[in-house]
Design a protein around this ligand. Structure first.
Ligand SMILES: [Ca+2]
Ligand SMILES: [Ca+2]
Ligand SMILES: [Ca+2]
Ligand SMILES: [Ca+2]
Length: 404
């Protein structure tokens, strides 16, 4: 009996150690949460006036980090890993356009040149229109911890994952919006048309939209969500400004039988958070409608050029829509959980300066580097001085290394 008990105890110790040492596949860090105003702000997650930002981050952590079970499924003939059950507590809302969260795992996500990770939302298929439903797309940016300090900050490099709408003529890159903090005591301006909107001049915003009819407006307050929409821990900020790429509106009011509106938000093809359902059990006439995840290989730089990344350290998700859908309110990306599909992948050793990958730093690397610069290709191996760009300063650094 004592022998088996010892064996059991030993197994427990080994298992515990393995658990401690193994990389967790689920999200384990929330570095920053800066939502735009919105109808779920201060409720998803709950926040209170004067609450320190660390406390808000801890609530976000409880909502979206934590255990995820996976299962293998076949998608378009390819066996891939899928999230089966998420044990994270809840989800968080990013509010209107530009609101964001920066998250990470307890390890770098290695680029395996396939679907590398997933960030879940709460999109669903309409029972009237299988090509849409609730779709509130958020753009994913990936960050590399270039200065190696373990946190996302100014020294790091960030790249957008180019989803299906990246090159669409109605996608506006370098979009900027500013929201102005409302006076919660001002007289409300109820809608004469929609009884569910009790203040149509609640939060004013301005933007640089290419459409002159969309350069300013108001976020309304609706009767279903009557709490302050401005983040309560950002009460000292007069305005909030967000910049990024903006996707075109995807909502159509199909109209309801009772005379009310019935909004359907049409799904974009791929590459966004909270755009398509999380699970492949929604089957439309066109096939399986769901989000299979994200590929690090979709990364592009600010000029839209493909970037070869060996790994990423941080993930930023921001709401890519400035869209208002009547009584259902502003379109706002939700983030519910995340998973690294291959948490035990090993990061390849990189010799700084070995641009051509032959395991030594020599003059042939200069040739390889110049080829990358001329082709406008940004890769981790060519970024010799590790500043997030590939240019002549990397040639100088490389020559220094060769002459050492
Ligand atoms: Ca959503
Ligand atoms: Ca950093
Ligand atoms: Ca080399
Ligand atoms: Ca560089």
């Amino acid at each position: 009996m004592s022998f088996s008990r010892n064996i059991t105890a030993l197994a427990f110790v080994i298992l515990s150690a393995l658990t401690l040492w193994a990389n967790h596949p689920w999200l384990s860090r929330v570095y920053e949460y800066r939502p735009a105003p919105g109808q779920f702000i201060n409720t998803l997650p709950v926040s209170r006036v004067g609450e320190p930002v660390d406390s808000v981050l801890a609530r976000c952590h409880r909502s979206i980090c934590g255990h995820v079970d996976t299962v293998s499924v076949t998608f378009h003939g390819e066996v891939i890993t899928r999230v089966d059950t998420v044990w994270a507590e809840s989800m968080i809302s990013l509010g209107g356009y530009g609101g964001y969260v920066i998250v990470g795992f307890d390890h770098p996500v290695v680029n395996m040149h396939t679907y590398d990770f997933e960030i879940q939302g709460n999109a669903f298929v309409s029972d009237r229109e299988t090509r849409g439903g609730s779709s509130e797309p958020g753009i994913v940016m990936v960050g590399v911890d270039m200065n190696g300090n373990g946190v996302p900050d100014d020294g790091d490099a960030w790249y957008e994952l180019a989803g299906s709408e990246y090159s669409h003529p109605k996608t506006q890159h370098d979009y900027t919006i500013t929201y102005y903090r409302p006076d919660e005591n001002k007289p409300r301006t109820p809608s004469h048309v929609d009884p569910y909107l009790n203040d149509t001049t609640y939060i004013r915003w301005t933007s640089n939209d290419v459409d002159p009819d969309s350069i300013s407006g108001y976020m309304s307050r609706n009767t279903a969500h009557n709490q302050p929409y401005w983040p309560l821990w950002l009460q000292d900020e007069e305005s909030l400004t967000f910049t990024g790429s903006k996707l075109r509106c995807n909502a159509v009011d199909l109209g309801g039988n009772d005379g009310n509106s019935y909004f359907v938000q049409y799904f974009f093809d791929w590459g966004y958070v909270d755009n398509l359902p999380n699970n492949p059990n929604f089957i439309s006439e066109e096939g399986s409608v769901y989000n299979p995840g994200f590929k690090i290989d979709w990364a592009v730089d600010e000029q839209g050029r493909h970037v070869n990344l060996t790994h990423i350290d941080f993930i930023k998700i921001y709401n890519a829509m400035n869209q208002y859908c009547g009584w259902t309110g502003e379109t706002s990306t939700e983030v519910a959980a995340g998973i690294d599909f291959h948490p035990d992948a090993v990061l390849p050793d990189i010799i700084v300066g070995d641009v051509d990958g032959d395991a030594e730093v020599s003059i042939s690397d200069v040739n390889a580097l110049i080829s990358y610069i001329l082709a406008g290709v940004v890769t981790t191996v060519a970024d010799v001085n590790q500043d997030g760009e590939v240019n002549i300063s990397d040639v100088n650094k490389l020559i220094d290394l060769i002459l050492q």
